[in-house]
Design a protein around this ligand. Structure first.
Ligand SMILES: *Cc1c(COP(=O)(O)O)cnc(C)c1O
Length: 344
């Protein structure tokens, strides 16, 4: 007798990661922040070590309440998670698993599609149109759960809040999840975010501390959504999935309003500069509203090799469903210098 994963699990390919950087400045493959968290976060995490023999608060009430007032939403509508990737899996298991249908874009954020496969859902992927979600085509698909990504990963494109409201009114998906992992980097986040609509309707919004808060290593995300969804996922989730150090780091990072503003400002400025560097070297870019840019290239391997020789690692588009491109995280000043040297 031999053991086998369940057939829908067996169809998953091996996980292909972004390639970890040799050093901090050159790691432009995973959309991380270009610098480490500030002193407040360090102190908060250090202080929390005194309590590390005790389980964390399962709901992270202090952080949840601080988020509620920061976002202007009710605390009952928020659920913290071990990165928003955990929520993608929990939502797929709870609302599309065991033969339900999950709608996403093609190419999708990989974990949107993968969560559906792992849950045993039928995944229906709708092709992007001019690098954006084709909301009209997506609205026509009947699905138990829809995963939209705004701005989208891997393209960096945005759809407006008005278009999303149209989708919510006319789309045939039962529960709609909008993944706003990068929304803070948009020129006008309020114009596109639908977080204020995620109350008792059928909309869930996902956010993360990994990108705009610069805490990818802490593994901290959250959703804003109907209380019914919050309580369903509370029943499904491992109760202690968000550790004490992560909760402490999140609380301190949230309070560091200046640090957040600086990361956002530098990212937006360097996004322009990086796009200009690639343009000067003859490469077109998909206009991005995120902390990465999809650059169009003829020969992925050649460009990746050239950047690699200057200590820069990026994500091959072929691993993201966009062959003929590379996805480059917006760097800090040193990373920008390296890109300039490599592209000269
Ligand atoms: C990075 C990213 C996330 C965040 O994942 P975490 O698990 O919170 O680190 C979620 N969605 C998208 C589209 C992302 O690119």
């Amino acid at each position: 007798m031999t053991f086998q994963p369940r057939p829908w699990i067996a169809q998953l390919g091996p996980y292909r990661g972004g390639g970890f950087a040799r050093d901090d400045a050159g790691g432009l493959a995973l959309n991380e922040a270009p610098w480490a968290p500030g002193e407040q976060v360090r102190q908060a995490v250090t202080a929390e070590l005194d309590h590390l023999h005790r389980y964390p608060d399962p709901l992270g009430i202090s952080l949840r309440d601080a988020l509620a007032s920061d976002l202007g939403v009710d605390a009952d509508h928020i659920l913290l998670s071990n990165g928003s990737d955990e929520l993608l899996l929990l939502l797929a298991l709870s609302y599309a698993g065991h033969g339900g249908t999950l709608l996403c874009a093609d190419p999708p954020y990989r974990l949107h599609e993968k969560a559906g496969i792992v849950a045993g859902a039928e995944v229906r992927a709708v092709a992007l149109r001019e690098w954006r979600h084709d909301l009209a085509a997506m609205a026509a698909v009947e699905a138990d759960l829809a995963y939209l990504c705004n701005p989208h990963n891997p393209t960096g494109t945005l759809v407006t809040g008005a278009d999303l409201r149209w989708f919510l009114e006319h789309g045939r998906s039962k529960l709609v999840v909008v993944d706003e992992a990068y929304i803070e980097f948009a020129d006008d986040p309020a114009l596109s975010s639908v977080i204020r609509l995620a109350d008792e309707g059928r909309l869930v919004v996902l956010r993360t501390f990994s990108k705009a808060f610069g805490l990818a290593g802490a593994r901290l995300g959250y959703l804003v959504g109907p209380t019914e969804v919050v309580s369903t996922l509370q029943a499904v989730r491992p109760p202690f999935s968000v550790g004490r150090l992560s909760q402490a780091a999140g609380l301190a990072a949230l309070a560091d309003v200046t640090g957040r503003a600086e990361l956002r400002a530098v990212t937006r400025r360097n996004r322009e500069q990086m796009t200009a560097l690639f343009a000067a070297a003859g490469y077109a870019a998909v206009p991005s509203q995120a902390n990465f840019v999809l650059i169009l290239v003829d020969d992925e391997a050649e460009v990746i090799d050239r950047l690699g020789r200057h200590g820069v690692s990026v994500r091959p588009g072929s691993s993201l469903g966009v062959p003929g491109s590379i996805r480059v995280t917006v760097p800090g000043p040193e990373g920008l210098d390296r890109l300039q040297a490599a592209l000269r």
